[in-house]
Design a protein around this ligand. Sequence first.
Ligand code: G1P
Length: 294
Amino acid sequence: MIKKAVIPAAGFGTRFLPATKAQPKEMLPIIDTPVIQYVVQECVDSGIEDILIISGKGKRSIEDHFDRNFELESRIQEREDEILYNRIRHIEDMANIHFIRQKELNGLGDAIYHARFHCGDQPFAVLLGDTIIDSVIPVTQQLIDAYEQYGQCVIAVEKVPRDKVSRYGIVGGTQLNDKLMQLSELVEKPERDKAPSDLAIAGRYILTPQIFSAIEKTARGKGNEVQLTDALRLLLKHDNIIASTIEGKRYDIGNKLDFLKTTVEFALKRPEFATKFEAFLRNTIKNIDEGRRA
Ligand code: G1P
């Protein structure tokens, strides 16, 4: 049973400056909900009860977001807005959320290493704090199902265009079925012609506690950082690792264009304004087309 998850959220968010100068990128909202709340919701929907967020400088508002705010609650109660009140109380009760600070940004592998005492000798889930995956079955649940079947580390992967492989960790191995692959290779951000496949690591993992000793032995890699992908490659010398192709749509919130696309797609799913927003989009496109024709 996997009951613990780790969400690394210490990075600077430089790709989103100046918005992230004084607020964490994980707190940027998709409509009215911070990105990290979607990630925590995926944990909760996958049966996770205990979450460790790896935070860092300037990330205190993440802690405040998941804390109780009695003054705000009583103001909403005075307005007799029960729906909003329940939405706010829900955030505060989602899970047991703990925080630890990564004092120096030494990479994803180093961030995960901060979870060793929290996770002890139990397997745990990892969800990157700037990736949302929209799916029928939460992707973390999909990975837990594979872990329960195989008892090995499981990594979520997704097919990406060949010209984008150098942005991701890329895996290679033997296909077990349509969805699962037994891994023999993992490379962090390879050059296009050195990538073992076009399957990219998609920001969700189930890791066994053996990862911690592998991280200890991992030298700095890409970007002079301790990479989780390199630690997994070390682990692969003695342990088996499975990759599971995600069933769902991944949104990389750390990237401005994807952030915009996510906002539009999520807005089109919100019943309170989906129709009006769709009409606005149609009208905007019509104006663009007419402008081009003129
Ligand atoms: C991290 C991982 C990489 C993975 C990616 C997914 O890279 O190191 O293996 O493919 O997340 O978003 P980052 O995007 O933090 O550079």
